[in-house]
Design a protein around this ligand. Structure first.
Ligand code: NAI
Length: 336
């Protein structure tokens, strides 16, 4: 099948080519650097499938263009699918498929890397030591053992985070409308969301972005958190109201903040903008805090994860071509 691959980076190409070669190079992958938007939908040129990453936007206009040109499948190289208008896709007869699980451990381990870096000031120590500054003032951390961590969403990633935290000797609280019996058996205590916020030294977000979870952490939620707690978001940017978080950092309500995702990351992440002036003042403000650590949506970025993403993506395309159904379809019900 002809596949227009949007937002391609050299590493995407390497892993997708390997997965395609493993089935004899069956699919014709056309690599596009452009991000998918109403202006770039036409670049798919009627290919049977379009392959998307997290900041490609498949809104109604884009899907209409695809349907008109005969592109009947969207294959997401991601687990999240908040960037696709599923209702419009269903209406227009465009199938949507994703990679439900590639390496939950990759994201979970990055989450812990952020927690530990922020706790012990590794990001600051790195810069200080290179400048010959070996002072410890401002680097005071806390023992993880015995601390309470609130995990919001214990699906594949949240459960992996909880397992690692239990290994550190943390008390792990969780909130999830569908609690995981294995997590509960391992010692995770499921509590209402408000209780989790109030009792946790660290709150970490691992639920999907849906209309219900948009701005889950807003000014009200921050007001319910323990003063000075650490907040980590490796889920999706809009789970957090960034302006409210900035206010929380200024007042000291939030003691440390780790973000791998950002509400308006589409114009920033996955690009080298080091020679340009950042136009997003909210993002620029975030970068001024000593107790904030931002990574550019890299939690998934391990060799194991990229190989698994490529294999599942090629598998989705092959199954769709053979049977009319992708292996991991996303349906509109998922939005509920
Ligand atoms: P999953 O579908 O296995 O688990 C999500 C869990 O969240 C489910 O158990 C669900 O019941 C729960 N949930 C739904 N609404 C909730 C709410 N209001 N409060 C608490 N829990 C709620 O998904 P998985 O694989 O664990 O991924 C989670 C999210 O992480 C994805 O939706 C994606 O947005 C994000 N992600 C980020 C990556 C990165 O590189 N930063 C990479 C991969 C995923």
């Amino acid at each position: 099948m002809d596949v227009a691959v949007y937002s391609t980076k050299p590493y995407d190409r390497r892993f997708l080519d390997t997965a395609n070669a493993a089935i004899g190079g069956r699919h014709c992958l056309v690599y596009l650097e452009a991000r998918l938007s109403p202006a770039t939908a036409v670049l798919a040129g009627g290919a049977g499938a379009a392959c998307l990453f997290v900041n490609d936007q498949a809104d109604e206009t884009v899907l209409g263009e695809f349907a008109r040109a005969g592109t009947g499948l969207l294959v997401l190289r991601s687990a999240g699918f908040n960037n696709v208008d599923l209702a419009a896709a269903q209406r227009l007869g465009v199938s949507v498929a994703r990679v439900p699980a590639y390496s939950p451990d990759a994201v979970a381990e990055h989450t812990l890397a952020m927690v530990l870096s922020l706790n012990r000031g590794i990001h600051r120590a790195y810069a200080r030591v290179r400048e010959g500054n070996f002072a410890l003032e401002g680097l005071l951390g806390f023992d993880m053992k015995g601390r309470t961590v609130g995990v919001v969403g214990t699906g594949r990633i949240g459960a992996a985070v909880a397992r690692i935290l239990l290994g550190f000797g943390c008390r792990v609280l969780a909130h999830d409308p569908a609690p995981d019996p294995d997590c509960a058996a391992a010692g995770v205590a499921y509590v209402p969301f408000g209780e989790l916020l109030a009792a946790s030294d660290i709150v970490t977000l691992h639920c999907p972005l849906t209309p219900r979870t948009r701005h889950l952490i807003d000014a009200e939620a921050i007001g319910r958190m323990a003063r000075g707690a650490m907040l980590i978001n490796t889920g999706r940017g809009a789970l957090v109201d960034t302006q409210a978080v900035i206010a929380g950092l200024k007042s000291g309500a939030i003691g440390r903040l780790g973000l791998d995702v950002y509400e308006e990351e589409g114009d920033l992440f996955f690009q080298d903008l080091s020679g340009q002036v950042i136009q997003d003042d909210v993002f620029a403000r975030l970068l001024t805090f000593p107790n904030v650590l931002v990574t550019g949506h890299q939690a998934f970025f391990t060799a194991e994860a990229l190989a698994a993403i490529a294999q599942t993506t090629i598998g989705n395309i092959t199954a769709f071509e053979d049977t009319g159904r992708a292996l991991h379809e996303v349906s509109v019900e998922k939005l509920a």
